[in-house]
Ligand binder design. Structure first.
Ligand code: BES
Ligand code: MN
Ligand code: ZN
Length: 503
């Protein structure tokens, strides 16, 4: 299979853009722009840029694209990208604008691109540079790699960031490159078909990625899972011929022996048919992406290792298929979790919370002090918040606020949801400690509460990414399919460990 994404060689150029040596200049253009800060650019297009604005063909509205040949400025093309209002120039906007510009360069087969970093308040420069680099990486991804004809577009091979060459800019380029690369790795895993990306294959891919990032990894097989007594994971796995795996990643930087042990637990259902409580046929194919939480954890762990962040982090991905085979768990079955709690399975399609229950138990056993699980967990969360917003559930509230702040810095829209303790009665069982479903109403909350049963008294947060993990509709900055949701939020949380660790 041809590769689905490519790394980019990034360099910083603090010199004059007129002396550029690229194929295309990508220039964010604001709505209120008069180009005063870009002397000579309009002239280099022979007046095309200002003419297009006068004709109202290009207004600087977000994600508009105007491509015109350049007669100067050391490039063949100008790709002007509408950047919206200057006041709304955030990292999240910069990332999308860079993706749009780089996609336009790729479709014109212009592999060497330069991005002009437009003026912004100085405290934001680093975050904008980081986002622009990430955005170009995200554009360097192709979902159609399994078509037999070759790619219609070129890759971006080289990126020149036109900005002052400071230590902060260099750091921003390094972070943006790493986070961009591993967001793409997560997208690749999520887009992979279920017949190819089985739990064993997911573990193989994680092993290869972790190896390249010098991140220690251990993969638990059937026997190990059985010896640990992970009856919830085993219960889900029983319906498939493919054996389950638990992927365990450990970032333990040299010299860091005190402070928190952050643990990320990602749902790794490589295909969710619903099991005996089988799903309708429509859209069942999308359930190959039910390991997006696991992919986000694998991607974030590799990025954290590559960035050498000075905090201990564990990544745990319980991986299995959820199929209705002859040995499958049935509605009414009772499973015993590794934590000892018993669960009556009333709906085999509520499998994510089951595997996460054993995953959280294992994180605690390995010494975690702070828990974050990530999962494409419920349709109910999409009903509540829409397709592009992550639901955040946490206890205590202060830990939720820390995770929310990380998501904001990451530019990933996330909304705090309540964790009403009295809703526990909704998943009461007559015969076991509890059941695995709480009914239709408040389904995202009862699912979160189920997982919380396994968090002990540790600070715990749960990110329900059922909506944002997968783009149903193409946007100018996001093709259909996997998005890499939550990778950036998890990395940001680890980057900020110095701030929350003491609390
Ligand atoms: N993987 C699904 C949730 C999901 C649905 C993610 C659509 C992305 C898109 C999960 O395992 C599931 O089936 N949840 C059920 C729970 C119900 C049976 C209590 C749901 O949300 O319907
Ligand atoms: Mn399910
Ligand atoms: Zn699922």
């Amino acid at each position: 299979m041809p590769s689905v994404h490519q790394p980019v060689v990034v360099r910083i150029d603090g010199g004059r853009p007129e002396n550029g040596q690229v194929d295309a200049w990508i220039v964010p253009v604001f709505e209120e722009d008069a180009f005063v800060d870009l002397p000579g650019l309009d002239e280099a297009t022979g007046g095309e840029l200002s003419a297009a604005r006068t004709r109202a063909e290009f207004k600087g509205k977000a994600f508009e694209v105007l491509a015109c040949p350049l007669r100067a400025w050391g490039a063949r093309y100008l790709i002007a990208v509408g950047a919206g209002a200057r006041a709304a120039w955030t990292g999240a906007q910069a990332r999308r604008v860079a993706t749009v510009g780089a996609l336009a360069a790729r479709s014109r087969r212009l592999p060497r691109v330069g991005v002009l970093c437009r003026p912004c308040p100085s405290d934001q420069v680093a975050s904008v540079v980081e986002s622009l680099v990430e955005g170009v990486y995200l554009a360097n991804y192709d979902g159609a790699a399994r078509k037999s004809e070759g790619p219609a577009q070129s890759w971006v091979s080289e990126l020149v960031m036109q900005t002052a060459d400071t230590a902060a800019a260099r750091q921003a380029v390094a972070v943006g490159s790493v986070v961009g690369e591993f967001t793409n790795q997560a997208r690749e895993l999520v887009n992979e078909p279920g017949n190819i990306l089985t739990p064993r294959e997911l573990a193989e891919r994680a092993t290869a990625l972790a190896g390249a990032a010098s991140l220690p990894i251990e993969v638990l097989d059937d026997d190990a899972i059985g010896r640990l007594g992970m009856g919830l994971l085993q219960g889900v796995a029983r319906g498939s011929k493919e054996p389950p795996r638990v992927i365990v990643l450990r970032h333990e930087p040299a010299g860091v022996t005190a402070g928190p042990v952050l643990a990320f637990i990602g749902k790794g259902i490589t295909f969710d048919s619903g099991g005996i409580s089988i799903k309708p046929a429509e859209n069942m194919d999308k359930m190959k992406g039910d390991m997006a939480g696991g992919a986000a954890v694998i991607g974030a762990m590799c990025a954290i290792a590559r960035l050498n962040l000075p905090v201990r982090v564990l990544g745990i991905v319980p991986a299995t298929e959820n199929l209705p085979g002859g040995n499958a768990m049935k509605p009414g079955d009772v499973l015993t979790s590794a934590a000892g709690k018993t669960v009556e399975v009333l709906n085999t399609d509520a499998e994510g919370r089951l595997v996460l229950g054993d995953g959280l138990w294992y994180a605690r056993r390995l010494g975690a002090t702070h828990l974050v699980d990530v999962a494409t967990l419920t349709g109910a969360c999409m009903i509540a918040l829409g397709k592009t917003t992550t639901g955040l559930f946490a206890a205590p509230e202060s830990w939720g606020a820390t995770v929310l702040a990380a998501s904001e810095r990451a530019g990933e829209r996330t909304w705090s949801m309540p964790v009403f303790e009295d809703y526990r009665e909704l998943f009461r069982s007559d015969i076991a400690d509890f059941s695995n479903t709480g009914g239709r109403y408040g389904g995202a909350i009862t699912a979160a509460l189920f997982i919380k049963e396994f968090a002990g008294d540790l600070p715990w947060a749960h990110l329900d990414i059922a909506g944002p993990a997968w783009a149903e509709e193409a946007k100018p900055y996001q093709p259909k399919g996997a998005t890499g949701a939550a990778v950036r939020t998890l990395v940001e949380l680890a980057r900020a460990a110095g701030e929350w660790a003491g609390r």
